[in-house]
Design a protein around this ligand. Structure first.
Ligand code: SF4
Ligand code: SF4
Length: 156
């Protein structure tokens, strides 16, 4: 008798599962979903890469790029907590299903410091190598003095 009740209830009730991805999944306001970034605020410090427990983030400060693998991410939110620029956040819906794996690449804005470093390199290439040339004799002098001092120390 009990079994008949269960059979009849299941026959006339809706299935407990949904036909995802053809039917959208249920979301709720504080759901941890797809990780996104405000690339213009990122300073490429790599803290998120270092602290990610599954190592799915890669940051390249030289190229000013940020990338992550949405299929490896476990949505723990640690990267969001440690980011000093508050540029990481999550959508309240899951990453869309895909038949192929991919990495999400974002091109950011180069940091002023990196730009300054590149400028100095350009300056040297443009002919300001005399700065280096001027510095060399000083280094040689300094080495000579150090050697002399060492000799004196050895004699004593
Ligand atoms: S996203 Fe945040 S933690 Fe990651 S490199 Fe950019 S500033 Fe640093
Ligand atoms: S949410 Fe967690 S697993 Fe996903 S990228 Fe951030 S630190 Fe890594």
């Amino acid at each position: 008798m009990y079994m008949l009740n269960t059979v009849l209830r299941n026959l006339f009730s809706k299935p407990a599962t949904r036909n995802y991805p053809f039917v959208p999944s249920h979301t709720f306001p504080r759901m941890r979903g797809k990780l996104l970034i405000h690339a213009d605020k990122c300073n490429f410090c790599r803290l998120c890469q270092v602290r990610c427990p599954v190592l799915c983030i890669s940051v390249d400060p030289q190229q000013s790029t940020w990338a992550y693998d949405p299929f490896e991410c476990v949505s723990c939110g640690i990267c969001i907590d440690v980011c000093p620029s508050d540029c990481l956040f999550m959508e309240n819906k899951p990453c869309a299903p895909s038949p192929q794996k991919y990495r999400s690449h974002v091109q950011g804005v180069p940091r002023p410091k990196a730009a300054g470093r590149a400028k100095r390199k350009d300056d040297v290439a443009d002919g300001s190598a005399e700065v280096d040339a001027a510095a060399k004799p000083q280094t040689a002098d300094a080495e000579k003095k150090t050697k002399q001092n060492n000799k004196i120390t050895t004699k004593k």
